[in-house]
Design a protein around this ligand. Sequence first.
Ligand code: HSE
Length: 382
Amino acid sequence: MKVGLLGHGVVGSGVRTIIDEGATWEVRELEVTAILVKDETEMTDPRTTLNADDIINDPEIQVVAECMGGLEPAHTYAKRALQAGKHVVTSNKKMLATFCGDLFDTARENGVTIHYEASCGGGIPWMASLDRTRRVDDIVSFRGIFNGTTNYILERMFHENRDFADMLKEAQKLGYAEQDPTDDIDGYDVRYKVALSCAKAFDAIVDAEKILTYGIRNITAQDLQFCRDSGYACKLMGKGEWHTDYISAMVIPVFLHADDVFANIPLNFNAIESNSKTLGSAAFVGQGAGSLPTAHAVVQNVIDIWKDQDSEINPKTRVPIDNQFHQGIYYIRTVKDALLASITDQRVGDHAILTKKISVLEAENAIRTLADQDLFIAEVAE
Ligand code: HSE
């Protein structure tokens, strides 16, 4: 089966390598016949082109693998490929989470599907497992460490007292970080992955912008010291919960008990857990970022299409996000801590508090009024 590649960066070059090397009989059934690159400096392979039409209009290409990243032109090319009757596989969570309503509809109208295993959890077969689970059971919730860059930064800061900025640079060098690493450290990358996990786990299209999102940009040694001294580990977590009429979903640093299975997930690894009635908890750990692990997930989707083991049914129902009933205890560090008296349960050293058990929206409303650019918030496991 002939595959057209859109993008030849970290993920795209990994897809080309895996397919060209053809380590298994299934992979040897695939062939990358055209590769869209950004400019002439990337035209290092006879299959490269600067014109997306060479892929979208090629009747021999059945699958387009979109690994460009960013919103445009990735969205337009993916849409045109679907309209041309080609299946689309994408690793681009930002693009798909932003345009999933439009792209899922376009796929359905054209009798093709859009696959996105690689968009979430890197090489971990998370989406495939959600599909399998849902053949038997309704998924009620999921939670996970969805971002390799921030897990790498937090791990090394926590265990080695390393500096935030240096660790971010290392994560970029290792190819984990997004083109714009603010998407990683401010939690937006996880927000997109949570939105796409809602699509798969709950068969629901959600508005990614409504997912409450906090990142780790402002975390300091003081925060990590409290975390360590209290027997916790700090992880940036994404979560989703099904409530029939609405979905509760957020991205937030969490101080996890040291014996939580997610407390010791190392470096760029991701770990994600689903909960469903008959299966209970099922957790997956693996490489969440990087060229070959992510490319592995793209190639898996291409093989699913080739084998016609395409269980993909893209969702069409829109479900609202609502976090008003999500309650927790929150660690909040801000120089304006005196203004948080009404939600404070106890003080933690200088300028940090632990809240009473409150709704996450109550915490959000309280901190929004402070307008403190350096504030850090984490949920504290009970
Ligand atoms: N920047 C992402 C991460 C890449 O660090 O997890 C994989 O989605």
